[in-house]
Write a protein that binds this ligand. Structure first.
Ligand code: DC
Length: 231
């Protein structure tokens, strides 16, 4: 059996990171972790505990409550992937709304939130054999990952993809609102003080603007196989 490695996939929002990372994990029989879902789960906690009023987040109260925020993943055989849970509640659907997308970058700016989630993420990858996607995986969570990928695409393409997904789930949004959210999140994610999104020099660049899912997958698999051979 080949040696198990760690694969870190970072990049801008709505680039298709999660879909590609999940497919890659299935192919390699690795564990897949969507760390964006964890930041979204904390945002859902803040929203449902009324720590956000008129769009303003009470960061102090959220930090004080962090020890009560219990996030876990459980396998869902219908979708053949892991759903995110807050305590015992499956919140996979609730965290994908535009409402959560518009507050999550603010929640992800809080250092105490990051420290707690990063610790959990490091523990999940301790045995390697993992594909993890997010914003700081190659830089902070697994700086020694054998394969690092940076995914991007032009904002209009990303907004169009996310818009189609939201329409499918029945959300009443406009393409313009989605584009605004994508651009705003890029800005906050890349300019925050703690663990900003950066394109590391050692990361392989995957620009999906003009690529099909199949093409992205093939390229990722070839990079992973090369990294496994070299490990
Ligand atoms: O990947 P996503 O769009 O579901 O991520 C949601 C937000 O969470 C994103 O705007 C930034 C934040 N995030 C982060 O700061 N660090 C990560 N490792 C993953 C996500």
């Amino acid at each position: 059996m080949s040696k198990k490695i760690t694969i870190a996939i970072d990049g801008h929002s709505s680039t298709g990171k999660s879909t590609a990372a999940k497919q890659l994990a299935v192919k390699l029989q690795y564990v897949y972790v969507d760390t964006g879902a964890m930041y979204r789960a904390v945002s859902y906690y803040a929203l449902s505990h009324k720590l956000i009023e008129s769009g303003i987040l009470d960061s102090k109260k959220l930090v004080e409550s962090l020890s009560d925020v219990k996030i876990s993943f459980k396998y869902n055989k219908e979708t053949d992937s892991a759903d995110v849970y807050l305590d015992n509640e499956n919140i996979e659907k609730q965290i994908r709304t535009l409402e959560i997308s518009s507050i999550v970058s603010k929640v992800a700016e809080i250092s105490e939130v990051r420290a707690q989630l990063v610790e959990q993420q490091k523990a999940m990858g301790a045995k390697k054999g993992i594909v993890m996607d997010g914003r700081d995986i190659g830089s902070v969570v697994f700086p020694d990952a054998e394969l690092k990928v940076f995914m991007t695409a032009v904002p209009e393409v990303r907004a169009q993809r996310r818009y189609a997904e939201l329409l499918e789930t029945g959300e009443d949004v406009s393409l313009d609102q989605v584009l605004k959210n994508v651009v705003e999140r890029d800005h906050i994610d890349s300019t925050r003080e703690d663990s900003p999104l950066v394109q590391l020099p050692e990361a392989k660049l995957l620009d999906t603007s003009d690529m099909s899912r199949e093409e992205q997958f093939e390229l990722l698999v070839s990079w992973a196989q090369e990294a496994i051979r070299n490990s």
